[in-house]
Design a binder for this molecule. Structure first.
Ligand code: PEP
Ligand code: MN
Length: 267
């Protein structure tokens, strides 16, 4: 067996609820950018499509203070109900150390967003919750800075960290960010942690998301995180990049029967 295959087989697995991430079949995390009032119905439709893990944020880090900031505690109640009705685990964002207990009480995985990748106190408190942490790459962070941020979580004794490449800022204005797919094979050399790809925030445009999903799978990503909404144009947040549920369906289909042999050989 080649060293590359062995290194993939030795990779650590992180469990979100009862879904293993990093153990072979890439997982699909999907849902709207923000939790909205119809989140529970949306979640039920996502389950029927075969989504493994739900996403949806009740607390939204927004560049402008007059943008919708998320439903907050009311959104977390919808997360609880969506989880109960679908039986699926949920990943949702936590933005502040003082909110960790509130969010950790309902979530299966804490998302730490790009803008907070180096919020060191948040990393530590999130780590101490004992829940898995999905750590998004800061949009100007190097691989080493990203891994150092992950080490803050791991220093608490919590090794359940998933790294999420979501695009970096470059000189190119035609995409929201530039998806850096080199992150997947480079991080394979540097860490055992699972690496997933979020093409939605990288592309910023729905039409680009399916091809970038294929590319992420081709480089051996352990999963995809995709924004999807039942009526994308009406999405309260990140409407341009949201796939419709009809557009998400084929992506869920690719992943359900994904050939493990291909995944394991692609490292
Ligand atoms: C998100 O996942 O909704 C989000 C805000 O992503 P990022 O932190 O990558 O911008
Ligand atoms: Mn978003």
């Amino acid at each position: 067996m080649s060293a590359a295959v062995l290194s993939r087989l030795n990779k650590s697995t992180v469990r979100i609820g009862d879904v293993p991430v990093g153990s072979g079949r890439p997982v699909l995390i999907a849902g709207p950018c923000a939790v909205e009032p119809d989140y529970v119905e949306t979640a039920e439709r996502l389950r029927l499509l075969g989504v493994d893990i739900l996403r949806g944020c009740a607390f939204k880090p927004r560049t402008r203070p007059d943008s919708f900031q998320g439903m907050g505690a009311a959104g977390l109640e919808l997360v609880t109900e969506a989880r109960r009705r679908t039986g699926l685990p949920v990943v949702t964002e936590v933005m502040a150390p003082e909110d960790v207990p509130l969010v950790a009480a309902v979530a299966d995985c804490l998302q730490i967003g790009s803008r907070n990748m180096q919020n060191f106190r948040l990393l530590v408190i999130a780590g101490e919750s004992g829940l898995p942490v999905l750590l998004k790459r800061g949009f100007s962070a190097t691989y080493d800075e990203w891994l150092a941020a992950a080490a803050y979580v791991e220093q608490t004794g919590n090794h359940q960290v998933i790294l999420c490449e979501r695009g970096i800022r470059t000189f190119e204005p035609r995409t929201r960010n530039t998806l850096d797919l080199s992150a997947v094979p480079v991080l394979r050399e540097l860490t055992d942690l699972p690496v997933i790809v979020d093409p939605s925030h990288a592309a910023g445009r729905a039409a680009l998301v399916p091809p970038l999903c294929r590319a992420a799978l081709a480089v051996g990503a352990d999963g995809l995180m995709v924004e999807a909404h039942p009526r994308p144009r009406e999405s309260w947040c990140d409407a341009e990049q949201a796939l419709s549920l009809e557009e998400l369906g084929p992506i869920a289909g690719w992943l359900q029967d994904y050939p493990t042999a291909v995944v394991r050989r692609s490292g």
